[in-house]
Write a protein that binds this ligand. Structure first.
Ligand SMILES: C=CC1=C(C)c2cc3[nH]c(cc4nc(cc5[nH]c(cc1n2)c(C)c5CCC(=O)O)C(CCC(=O)O)=C4C)c(C)c3C=C
Ligand code: FE2
Length: 444
């Protein structure tokens, strides 16, 4: 059954100042949902570098089309931050080639925007897609998502600090003057065993979806589009969200078996998001964006599994079964860090993870967590190489560093964790229809 997604959409509303004829590409509307017909002919090659000018929808408003979940790419903020966390992740970091120019970078962002605007609606990367480019060319789209719907796919782009000034201090793209003063590196923490080759990068792409094949297809095709300009530096697959980012979601469990995300910031708290997540200082081009902190944290799950339940609870500060704080109540009862038990000691150990990480004990700082479990095989001694790919969004990296420093100091949890990768990216605000992601940076 064909199921076209191109039901009437509002036309792109580009002002004369921002309009760029190459961006308002009517051909971009062509193409049917992957679960319907493929293309309407008259394909648009990726090399055209045009981006969708007519796809409607704010990034945060889901569209259920025939029961399928879709988040439009364009909006005030990029999707994939406060969007209800999907179940699967493919995260990738890229380095621009040493000979890439500013124009190459802009062209890449335009083409990525165009592709992302289609993929998030369940379309192939171009109208020619996987099958309609003719028999004599490699297909534009790799095809493994054919027949699959958008599965709630969000694609979130970020900039590494090396985009502004590389490790040698070189301003490769004329962007050094736009580096926000807040964009500072994280200090080294206890139990950091950071591998540089799986950390950092000039650009990042976070693809989240409820179908792993859809997320992988997105990264694979965006990587292909980058060919000749940027190469994949490192990537990470994740399964099973470890946070809720909407109060409509149930709290998931992480690989330690704990309810994780109970006290996370939620999409339904706009004031708190404005206070803690959205960038509001520094250069205008970055405002409305956020800093993405990604840390691959190995969890010694075999050691953890050998701890008695009461010790597991003490280390976290919550009851494993119900998720309630050890000071009492139910899962969503606020923890009472001052409440003492019969021995006169606090019911929530001051060195527990929730005590160390809570805003009450960190000058009020909160963050939006959006991490995923990972299992990447096992080591030579038969232990799973498993853990949490932590993703947190904050309005300034130093805020994350402050909480993390408090945690790394003597949080009992840290004994069971080992961080192997660490990166910070600036996620620019969302693109308006007819614009490409990060456009304001290049026009500043
Ligand atoms: C500094 C940042 C944080 C890192 C790194 C981190 C790692 C980490 N956390 C868990 C499991 C849980 N964390 C929970 C709460 C929680 N964690 C952080 C920050 C970091 N966690 C914060 C800010 C909070 C919220 C504190 C609060 O507001 O009270 C919880 C409890 C449930 C919840 O509120 O979400 C769990 C469980 C793991 C497994 C982990 C690294 C592998
Ligand atoms: Fe935590």
């Amino acid at each position: 059954m064909s199921d076209p997604i191109d039901s009437p959409q509002p036309e792109a509303s580009l002002s004369p100042e921002t309009a760029d004829s190459s961006l308002a590409e009517p051909e971009a509307r062509k193409g049917m949902s992957r679960r319907g017909l493929f293309g309407l002919g008259g394909g648009l090659g990726l090399a055209a570098g045009a981006i969708a000018g007519g796809f409607g929808g704010a990034a945060l408003a889901p569209k259920t089309s025939g029961g399928h979940l879709e988040y439009g790419f364009f909006g005030e903020h990029q999707a994939g931050i406060i969007t209800p966390a999907q179940d699967r992740l493919h995260f990738a970091a890229f380095d621009l080639r040493s000979d890439a120019t500013r124009d190459d970078l802009i062209a890449l962002l335009k083409e990525w925007t165009y592709a992302a605007s289609r993929l998030t609606l369940g379309l192939d990367v171009s109208a020619r897609g996987a099958f309609d480019g003719g028999p004599y060319l490699p297909p534009d789209d790799t095809g493994e998502a054919a027949g699959l719907d958008a599965a709630g796919l969000t694609i979130t782009f970020g900039f590494g600090s090396s985009l502004f000034r590389d490790a040698a201090g070189k301003d490769r793209f004329g962007l050094a003057g736009q580096l926000p003063p807040d964009f500072t590196p994280l200090p080294k923490m206890a139990n950091d065993f950071i591998s540089p080759e799986r950390s950092g990068g000039d650009l990042c792409v976070q693809a989240c979806a409820n179908d792993p094949q859809v997320a992988v297809h997105a990264i694979r095709n965006l990587t292909r589009i980058a060919f000749g300009r940027a190469t994949l530096r490192w990537s990470q697959l994740g399964f099973g969200r470890t946070s809720s980012t909407s109060s409509a979601q149930t709290t998931p469990r992480n690989l330690f078996g704990q309810k994780d995300g109970t006290r996370n910031l939620k999409a339904e708290q706009p004031e708190r998001l404005a206070e803690h997540v959205w960038i509001s200082d520094g250069p205008a081009w970055a405002r409305g964006g956020s800093y993405l902190v990604a840390r691959r944290i190995a969890m010694t799950i075999e050691v953890w599994d050998g701890l008695q339940l009461s010790e597991q609870d003490r280390v976290l500060g919550r009851d494993k079964k119900s998720g309630a704080p050890l000071s009492g109540g139910t899962e969503f009862t606020e923890p009472d860090f001052a409440k003492t038990g019969p021995t006169g000691r606090p019911l929530i150990d001051p060195r527990s993870h929730v005590a160390r990480a809570a805003p009450e004990n960190n000058g009020g700082i909160a963050m939006l967590r959006r991490g995923y479990n990972y299992v990447d095989g096992n080591d030579g001694t038969g232990r799973l190489d498993a853990g949490l790919f932590f993703i947190g969004f904050v309005k300034a990296p130093e805020r994350f560093a402050a909480v993390h420093t408090n945690m790394a100091r003597d949080d009992m949890f840290v004994e069971y964790l080992k961080t192997t990768s660490s990166s910070v990216f600036l996620v620019p605000p969302g693109a308006r229809e007819g614009q490409y992601v990060g456009q304001a940076l290049f026009e500043a």
